[in-house]
Design a protein around this ligand. Structure first.
Ligand code: GLC
Length: 481
């Protein structure tokens, strides 16, 4: 049997270039779905931030010129081959030499229209006609859109199926009508007839949802949530209408990358067999972030963007009450100025209990995963969330709100039966959260229970295996096999 061919299109992938969870997923999912019956290639923009080390290994394939409305733009094609996945990089310095900025440029619509066109234009040049093109988030939403409007009849393209994955419905790729002809190079009728239009503006995610053969999101609960106004940022009716082709598949994590026994970023390595290193990591972490060294005080870690939907309002609301207790809170992240400033102020007020580190710092993040006792993630919404899975892998007990992937991966610890792997609250309510944090701290003081809880957590399998199987099933179903 011939292998099926999948082509991923995405705007970032670890370790090449990453700004968030999307990068982690594209860095590990392709490898996981590839296998005996499945060949996978990925197309990425050659962002400026891709390291010299990687660039040295890039093999030039060719260059072509890409039509984009009235423009004709240079498109270099490079290949980076790995055992199980082939990566293609699209080179155009005008669009992708933007320092560290992956998104948020004034011409994002044009940059990603260029990239999405490139994904479809390069197929004959890389000699790879996939059975399925799987694109991710608004940056590559134009791939299924262009496919449906312009490419579906081209020789070699006729039987391609499209899958679109929503990693976060908050970012939909919304632009003014003016881009339709001038930037996207599409007839304005496609806006006037409602295909590209939503609420009077161009909405790329919405159009991709309506025209893709299948739509997925990154956890089963989030697939339900985004059919409701509370979570959908306006797209609930569309998703309800298209629910027949919508499903949620939970993300995994790269268990090799996140392994306390091998992680070079933490102070001491440890494993479930010998957990002594975890206590040492805690001590070193306390010293590093200027908190009193004390193994009896529970350390609560947070690695997060400091933005509203991560639940920062809940934390702000009860931080004084919480810090009256015998606890330490260590936070690393950047985000909205108002939360950054608030937390800095609080650190002055509670220098022996609170450590605030306003930075994007993956070294410190790993040290927090390893050195904390608990990991707080009170998100208002969370499509999947990877941090809670990483925390568990490091024997750090998550305290989460039951939403999206948090609810799908963390189950409430039941002291009676000894089952469960974390602490969970349901309402977006600061007092409810505080109650659960305090319950976690009580449990922490019961060493026997706590050890059992850590054991439960470290035994959970968050590898990609199961999810990759589900994606493969989905691809097979689309191909009619
Ligand atoms: C987005 C979501 C996050 C998810 C990640 C990967 O960053 O906010 O919840 O884990 O994508 O799918």
């Amino acid at each position: 049997m011939e292998k099926k061919k999948i082509l991923f299109a995405a705007s970032e992938a670890a370790p090449f270039i990453k700004s968030g969870g999307l990068g982690d997923v594209i860095g590990s999912l392709p490898k996981a779905v590839s296998g005996k019956n499945c060949e996978v290639a990925v197309v990425l923009p050659l962002h400026e931030g891709v390291s010299e080390k990687v660039r040295k290994k890039l093999v030039p394939i060719t260059h072509i010129f890409i039509p984009l409305a009235w423009r004709s733009q240079y498109c270099g094609i490079f290949k980076y081959e790995e055992k199980s996945v082939t990566w293609y990089f699209i080179d155009n310095e005008y669009y992708f030499k933007r320092g560290n900025a992956l998104y948020g440029c004034y011409d994002d619509a044009e940059r990603f229209a260029f990239f999405s066109t490139a994904v479809l234009e390069i197929l004959p040049y890389i000699d790879y006609f996939p059975d399925v093109i799987h694109s991710h988030d608004w940056q590559t939403a134009l791939v299924p859109i262009y496919y449906k409007l312009k490419y579906y009849m081209r020789p070699g393209y006729e039987s391609i199926k499209t899958v679109f994955t929503i990693h976060n419905i908050e970012y939909q790729g919304i632009f003014d009508k003016g881009i339709v002809e001038n930037v996207l190079g599409l007839p304005v009728e496609e806006f006037d007839n409602g295909f590209l239009e939503f609420d009077g503006r161009v909405n790329l995610m919405k159009a991709a949802v309506t025209c893709s053969d299948s739509v997925t999101t990154v956890s089963p609960s989030y697939a339900e949530e985004i059919k409701t106004p509370e979570y959908a940022h306006g797209l609930h009716d569309i998703l309800r209408y298209e629910e027949g082709k919508l499903c949620g598949i939970i993300n995994g994590i790269d268990q090799k990358l996140y392994d306390p026994a091998k992680d070079k970023k933490i102070f001491f390595n440890y494993s479930q067999k010998d957990m002594s290193g975890k206590a040492q990591n805690k001590e070193e972490l306390q010293a590093l972030v200027n908190l009193p060294k004390n193994s009896d005080i529970p350390v609560i870690g947070m690695v997060t963007r400091l933005v509203s939907h991560k639940g920062l309002d809940l934390v702000s609301c009860i931080i004084d009450e919480l810090l009256e207790d015998d606890v330490q809170l260590v936070i690393v992240g950047t985000g909205d100025w108002k939360y950054e400033q608030f937390l800095r102020d609080k650190q002055w007020q509670y220098p022996f209990k609170l450590s605030v580190n306003i930075a994007f710092n993956s070294e410190l993040a790993q040290k927090i995963y390893a050195g904390s006792d608990m990991f707080l993630m009170p998100s208002k919404s969370e499509p999947c969330g990877l941090a809670q899975m990483i925390a568990l892998r490091y024997g750090t007990i998550p305290i989460v709100r039951k939403t999206g992937g948090l609810g799908d991966s963390i189950s409430r610890y039941d002291a009676e039966s000894g089952e469960g792997n974390g602490f969970v609250f349901s309402d977006y309510n600061a007092q409810e959260m505080l109650g659960v944090i305090r319950a976690a701290c009580d449990c922490y003081r019961d060493k026997e229970k706590w050890t059992k809880l850590i054991e439960n957590g470290m035994n959970v399998d968050f590898s990609w295996k199961k999810s990759a199987k589900e994606y493969n099933k989905l691809y097979d179903a689309l191909m009619g096999e």
